[in-house]
Write a protein that binds this ligand. Structure first.
Ligand code: GLU
Length: 509
């Protein structure tokens, strides 16, 4: 690796919310910076004003914050290389574009959009559907390579609108080394004369991107594969300016869970998973809920994303952000597209929920329930049912009976188990519990075993009845833990109420 300090950037355009692919790019940049004692920069690329979406920049910064992968330099954060929003840097790009014209690496082009459409249509009629503005066609267009310098000066003086285009040389190989893909070679005959500077006085993405990467001393450009076709042009621009080229790493695409296409927002709607980190409201008022709103913890989300294109080379799957900081390397990022797996995503969430301290979960559960119950009781609820949950709300679905008496009683269990002398048996058991001198998990279990021996019955004949009356359910956590948590009075009261309910349903006969 070069001795240059590591500085990487995430450079989103504020054209909408961050899709999880964007978060993955930000994450890999963040991890690469951490691993190499470098700096992670966020730069907002808003030169295409026609695609600007209000609120997108704030969304991007807020969701990085939720994910726990904040940059050290960026809009609103400061740093020595600002401003970090391209529209605020607008004044600096024009002179660089002029410099390229002077060096004959670029040229002025006066063609109107009607001229360009006409050329494309004519070419199509002649059986050439992919007309390009390039070394072959530029001579027949209106630009400073085809017009006399007097004519060019005249037009500019008269205020004729123009763009500045890259003068792509004929038949040269552009070579660069990608940290993930190895050597990439592209012939310039396959690249058109891209617009670098627009008639509205704004640079295009290509020009602004490389000027800023240079100005911000970016050492490594880590970005999505969709930018790979732009990289040869970028390399040529660095050469044209005489600047050092940063290292490039193009990350693999995220693929649909089914099929091979690129993962899109529509796949999320179609298959029912979020594609944005946090919720996004469109200008029309449509709301897309995010991973946060769907109950995912940022740690689980980040852990899952880290594995979409990277692996540690071991079987370990659970990585905290700190673990990832030290384990991550570009060498272990794969070239092949990474298939997004919603089930695996849920699995990560489940692992994180299980590993979270009961007291932390209880605070979250309390918030979810509108602070209706004492947090201390919720700690036990979490301890008893978290193994059966993936999200905080599942803890409530699985364990609400611990805080509230059952109203409904599981019909299947009633049908299968509530027969013969069930009522008599539960009455007798209720009496045993009333007489219990201690009400710990262990003592209730001992009492229960003695009851089974006395009645000469197996556990399967009695425990489901007890569970049904106490919890209303057919399944759930350990009944002796549940009983100890509820306490004697509550248990006996629930048995009494449950018996009354069964009698009412008249299923005992
Ligand atoms: N502004 C580009 C985007 O929206 C950045 C591409 C790059 O990282 O060079 O993704």
């Amino acid at each position: 690796m070069s001795s240059r300090p590591v500085r990487v950037r995430f450079a989103p355009s504020p054209t909408g919310p961050l899709h999880m692919g964007g978060v993955r790019t930000a994450l890999y940049n963040y991890l690469f910076a951490k691993k190499n004692n470098g700096t992670f920069v966020v730069r907002i690329e808003d030169t295409d004003q026609s695609r600007f979406v209000p609120g997108a920049q704030e969304y991007i910064m807020d969701s990085l914050k939720w994910c726990g992968i904040m940059p050290t330099e960026g809009p609103g954060l400061g740093g020595d290389f600002g401003p970090y929003v391209q529209s605020e840097r607008q004044a600096m790009y024009g002179p660089y574009a002029e410099e390229l014209v002077e060096k004959e690496k670029a040229y002025y082009a006066f063609d109107s959009s009607e001229d360009l459409t006409r050329m494309r249509d004519q070419a199509k009629e002649m059986g050439m559907p992919n007309w390009q503005y390039n070394c072959v066609t530029r001579g027949s267009m209106q630009n400073s390579t085809s017009l006399s310098s007097d004519e060019v000066a005249k037009r500019i003086k008269a205020g004729a609108p123009y763009v500045i285009r890259m003068k792509m040389p004929r038949n040269e190989d552009v070579r660069f080394h990608d940290e993930i893909r190895g050597w990439v070679v592209v012939n310039t005959n396959n690249i058109d004369d891209k617009v670098l500077f627009k008639s509205d006085g704004m640079p295009t993405y290509h020009l602004a991107n490389i000027i800023d990467d240079h100005a911000m001393e970016i050492s490594h450009v880590i970005r999505g594969e969709e930018w790979l076709p732009s990289a040869p042009l970028h390399v040529m621009l660095y050469e044209a300016f005489g600047w050092d080229t940063p290292k490039f790493a193009h990350l693999p695409l995220l693929l649909k869970p089914d099929g091979n296409g690129k993962l899109s927002k529509r796949d999320g709607d179609r298959l029912g998973f979020p594609v944005f980190p946090t919720s996004w409201t469109t200008v029309e008022g449509d709301v897309f809920s995010g991973y946060r709103e769907n109950g995912y913890s940022p740690e689980a989300f980040i852990n899952m994303l880290a594995f979409l294109g990277w692996n540690p080379g071991t079987t370990q799957e659970i990585f905290s952000l700190e673990d990832l900081n030290s384990a991550f390397s570009l060498e272990r990022v794969s070239k092949a597209g990474a298939k997004f797996d919603p089930d695996k995503t849920r699995w990560f969430q489940q692992q994180y929920l299980r590993a979270t301290d009961d007291s932390v979960l209880a605070e979250e559960l309390s918030l979810f329930l509108g602070n209706k119950y004492p947090v201390n009781s919720l700690i036990t609820v979490c301890a008893l049912v978290k193994e059966r949950a993936t999200f905080i709300e599942d803890i409530w679905t699985e364990g609400s009976f611990l805080m509230e008496r059952p109203v409904e009683f599981d019909e299947k269990t009633i049908r299968k188990k509530w027969k013969g002398n069930a009522a008599e048996l539960m009455n007798a058991w209720s009496n045993k519990l009333t007489g219990a001198s201690s009400f710990s998990t262990e003592s209730i279990e001992l009492l229960f075993k003695a009851f089974l021996t006395e009645k000469e019955l197996g556990i399967g004949a009695v425990l489901p009845l007890f569970r049904l009356l106490l919890t209303g359910r057919g399944m759930g956590p350990n009944m002796f833990d549940v009983s100890a948590f509820l306490g004697k009075d509550e248990c006996v009261e629930r048995l009494r109420a449950g018996l009354a309910k069964m009698a009412e349903l008249n299923t005992g006969e």
